[in-house]
Design a binder for this molecule. Sequence first.
Ligand code: AMP
Ligand code: MG
Length: 416
Amino acid sequence: MSDCDCSAGPVAAGMKSLEEALALILDHAVSVTESEPVHLSAALGRVLAETVTSRITMPPWDNSAMDGYAVNSADLAGPNRRFRVSQRIPAGVSGTPLESGTLARIFTGAPIPDGADAVVIQEVCETDGDEIIVGQAPAPGANIRRAGEDTREGQEILAPGTRLQPQHLGLLASVGVDTVRVYRRVKVALFSSGDELVMPGQPLAPGQIYNSNEFTLDGLLRAIGCEVVNLGIVEDTLGSTCAALIKAAAQADLVMASGGVSVGEEDHIKPAVEKLGSLDLWKIAIRPGKPLAFGHIDGTPFIGTPGNPVSLFVTYCLFARPFILKCQGVSGDLSPAVVTARVNFDWPHPDKRREFARARLDLDDRGEAWLSVYPSRSSGVLSSLTWSNGLAVLPESQPLKRGDRVGFLSFSELLS
Ligand code: AMP
Ligand code: MG
């Protein structure tokens, strides 16, 4: 049984490895520097541009973790289990010091009164008239949440470069922060090349197909917090392609186009970008998504992906996503986390290129993760992407047997 080899293997002549191409692209990714204050209610998905420190100690005071009775555990050291309730402390109320030999009725989140050092949960207590019979003596400190167990005033709680997820927003709110400084959104202008393309909602003439890439790409970009300028469908002529590129580059941090990146007569991306700026067209040793165009127009970076819908998706995940994350100012590892799982199939004829197969990770009865791949490898089959929940990384030139482990990139990781 072999383990996943996600590192670069030998690469076919004239091709670049994924690692090499990615490093070249990331070298050109410049993080935005401009930032703006946003209210927490609008901060989801934004990237923090400042260090945030806690404004308060949280919780500010020892408080009860349960509904029950606050006690002084020394009062329960002897045989007496019968006590009077001397006060009632709901959440939001500060009690008075606990009268010796009595209990305080207390509720979750309420401050522990001075003189009490434990909370007895109500489930082990019995009411007898005005008195409470405590069934079980608590250990000192039982059911108390300590002041500062979450954060301390002045402590750094979030670092710049953090993409704000719901849990970050909750933490910020919990320490009284209502506004944070975030990097401005990265603006991406996109268009789709192809004379065969028609927008959904329109009738299809013979030979035409619907423009799906525009929606896939728009969704992918918005899912990671980009501002998207959509320039629609651009016809397959050098003039129209140049015009679209100029318009896109003038208003965005990044231009993305799908289709027209090959070197056929109908593919105008390469000559157009070369005319306006500079372009590298790489064959990358991955499947699907071999050709990738990367260049600059008037200083604005350009990424051109294949038109095939699945190639566009995979190329975005592997190249455009890390590029954009770096532009957004996201800190840390920009590559998606790779987990490993066993393949539930034999793969006797591996490709020479590393294959990012549309895959589904399912758990068996014992909780073991297994990968299945979609029956068709065609890069035009979009339904394969809705069937899968990630991409299996099938190493180049390495036959696999059922049970072998390979890498898996989960969509939940790639699409956020
Ligand atoms: P291309 O990269 O322009 O040679 O296109 C490769 C394949 O992808 C062709 O079958 C195109 O029809 C298809 N394709 C190109 N652009 C799109 C698009 N925006 N939406 C759906 N399919 C497309
Ligand atoms: Mg085309």
